[in-house]
Write a protein that binds this ligand. Sequence first.
Ligand code: GLN
Ligand code: ZN
Length: 750
Amino acid sequence: MTRSANLGFPRIGLHRELKKAQESFWKGATDAAALHTTAADLRARHWTLQRDAGIDVIPSNDFSLYDHVLDTSVLTGAIPPRFAGIDDPDQLYFAMARGTADAPAMEMTKWFDTNYHYIVPELHAGQAFALDAAKPLSQYREAKALGIETRPVILGPVTFLSLAKAKDAELDPLDLIDALIPVYADLLARLAGAGAQWVQVDEPILVLDLTEKQKAAFRNAYDVLGKAGPSLLLATYFGSLLDNTELAAGLAVAGLHIDLVRAPDQLDAVFAALPKNKVLSVGVVDGRNIWRTDLDRAFGLVARAWDKVGPDRLELAPSCSLLHSPVDLDAETALDVELKSWLAFARQKLDEVAALSLAQKRGRGAAKPAFEASAAAMATHKASPRIHKPAVKSRATEAIPLDRHSPFPARRDRQRARFKLPAYPTTTIGSFPQTSAVREARAAHKKGLLDAAGYDAFLERETESAIRIQEELGLDVLVHGEFERNDMVEYFGEQLDGFAFTKNGWVQSYGSRCVKPPVIYGDVSRPAPMTVRWSAYAASLTDRHMKGMLTGPVTILQWSFVRVDQPRSQTCRQIGLAIRDEVLDLEAAGIGIIQIDEPALREGLPLRQADWESYLRWAVDCFRLSASGVADDTQIHTHMCYAEFNDIMPAIAEMDADVISIETSRSDMELLEAFRDLKYPNEIGPGVWDIHSPRIPSRDDMVALMRKAAEGIPAAQLWVNPDCGLKTRNWPEVKASLGHLVETARILRG
Ligand code: GLN
Ligand code: ZN
């Protein structure tokens, strides 16, 4: 019989119970037992909920106290030597994730193209592995004790090594595959011994461009692991197998999961390649987004798969783990009813999988209410005037020049004449400390305890004080401080049409950190100016230059749940037009320097290199659309952080911002090499203060960094600024560090 399956459930809990338990444990307010009790309660709740939803194949070991890649480092005994002295397993685990006084945390980076961050495995030459199977075994048994048979999930060895970082330059982590295979084989044998019939092995790396070495590692690994005990379901997601289809289908495993939401087109190629005895798991419900599934359409895919592989070899599932979805739409009691009818969170997605599976087994009539509700939602969605705004759509098709009026050299001359900035101008990236006073005032205002006038007056005082501090420090280009903003995307989303916000739509970003992305459900437009009031107010308080501060269209897109009924590029263009209007309004209000932040531009890169060019084309064009309307003597800045630039350098140059500030201090200015190699013509502010660290850099540190920068970039192009916004720092740190920063510029000028 066709089976309904799930690949992973969100860990955080509907009310972010895990976050609270983790943070309380870290503070020492509660002990490890309390943390483990909360974790076990969450697991039990989520297993039960999946069973009650009618899911036949329920995962275990998808839960994690921090991150599943970190779990895999522990599982395989890949503990970096600097943590070797820590005996207590909980202390060791969180030390690896978060660092200790003596041992810096392991690195963290984004999981494929999601906003989830994993802890990067650290391996060294001669790395030995040793199995620690406690977690997968105990969680499998824990579910069994509740009467729930599960399919344990593990991260596969090739993806694990591919995501790992070698501590020695000569080591390629993949060279360790032969050492790792026995550990995995042992684990699988033990899981089988505990009763597991099937194990889900996640190898999402299969949707990327693979080297021959990776392909060989796959064959070697699964030749052994396929015989280790349990039947293996090889799970791929986030994209199409493309040229890896034969490889994936031919591995010695019992089943293959494919993502038919991201990549429905791969179905035929997989049919052709998949041996007749293998199970095919089709991911037909979107695990990455919050839209309700069109059950009729999904059923079409299911029917095709059923035709090919027959009922006994077919499994229906979400496209990927539901880790990337919020937990339960039912908790959204304040959401507009119609909008809500278009959405599905993790729980609802399981209901969709169950409905599809029921229809598959007993005919569509058996799941009639679910199919009818889905069809009704699709119909209202298609026709809703709240989504489709003819005026916005038609404006987005207008041809608008993307080039500034004049090329950079001419603009630079006009801007120099207008702003008369000294060499090595100093500025900051936008935000100043979001102190508890700021957060409390915002919360009080939200709760209705502080009225609009009171809140406004509070923000005016904060802004004015930030300006006086910047004047005293002697910065050249000031900012207003962003005190009125909760978050750099939410603040804009709240003022744009086409965006909605949930109360509880949290997804895990890393560790205990969760984000609540805005929902872009309709055509985006800007009913009224969004930032002019604060920028103009700030400018009125000082004779110095005031920089207006905006979030760019690509970043707004990237950090939201985006509609899927039109291409992302089209949604981005609508946002670009809204930002363009804001830029022009700022300019008209006398703000001559405007920064359009695009920290997420690089992370939007598609997983396959073949798709990079078209993405970069529209992403860069949307930025240019937002910036190109201003006069030559208006100076456009952009800002990017946590990014490597080498591979996208031409695109950065095409953005043609007059000034770009980037995060460089931690890389010791290495990131500047790409700018140097390209002879990047516009101005650059390489960050000289790592704002993620509480450490106050000395003037000498900053001078050294700037001198290093000046080796590759002509001095006339350089600005002096921190790596990023200062919202997470406190005022004493900010004053001290910015004091050193201003002195640095004076020394360089001297
Ligand atoms: N202007 C924003 C700030 O200063 C930029 C934040 C970011 O790059 N992530 O906070
Ligand atoms: Zn930044």
